[in-house]
Design a protein around this ligand. Sequence first.
Ligand code: CP
Ligand code: NVA
Length: 318
Amino acid sequence: MNNYSAATAVAVHSDFLSLSQLRRQEFQGLLVLSADFRSRNVFGPVLQGKSVALIFEKPSLRTRVTFEVGIRQLGGWPIVLGTAESRLGEREPIQDLARNLSCWVDGIVARVFNHHDLEDLALFASVPVVNGLSDAEHPCQAVADLLTLTDVWPSWSGKEFVYVGDWNNVSRSLWHACLLAGLRFRAICPEKYGPGPLEPVEWSTKPSDVKGADAIYTDVWASMGQEDELESRLEIFRPYQVNEKLIAKTGKHTFFMHCLPAHRGQEVTDSVIESDYSLVFQQAANRLAVEKAILVTVLVPGTQAESATVKRKDGRQL
Ligand code: CP
Ligand code: NVA
């Protein structure tokens, strides 16, 4: 049993695959719970007796380490599957893997190439499945990113969040997160590398449209699995590099954000990522608290955050 005291209920979803599954209040609840985990670090061994399988079809530093440490800090038992077992559908059908794992573990965190595989895993598993990144979404990252912004902005009011670069898993989850938070979101992408026709995102192709941005976020120009395309993308994306000149075009005190890993000299320069307006290391640090909040939300039904508002590091409330 957990001993959370009051207020904001964090709704329980059996799976955490996409932020599009969440309601506003649930997203806010996740931010609150994450902030609670960050300020108090440990709530007790709420995952005691629970095992969580971690499947990584692609490399990972932040996601793998924060989930593994988070599960251990909550008293649970992470089981990281080896590379050979992690290629979904290769050694055995996904439905067999899902049904077998469900007999032994209480949850599954998976990083996959194909989002449909993740959906299949969730369909056949009788335990919760968490998206640790797919080709379509990276929801854990987006929660950590919005938590990071709560530390630097007193409210979302009047703020503009601008994503620059390749429209990908990270940008899609950020778009969902901003919609849920009520934060204005715009994207600036090269033609043919922007949101799809079914995604009602405000976007343009002109890098100078960063004017007015309060935060600029970028990500790699070729995601994991697209390495073959990097060479051809370099020329197309070069005008979208986040450098000091582009930052100056915002005309604002803007913050720089990146999920990492970054390719310095490609999508961002060294001087921007190392600047005092760069939030990249705070974003990464916040992953730990967010993974714990997500795990507890899906694995410990009825979990409640301690307070109804996000408690910021500086004591102010969002
Ligand atoms: N940002 C992120 O998810 O990092 P990893 O790929 O290292 O997990
Ligand atoms: N868009 C990147 C994010 C890595 C965390 C990728 O999928 O490789």
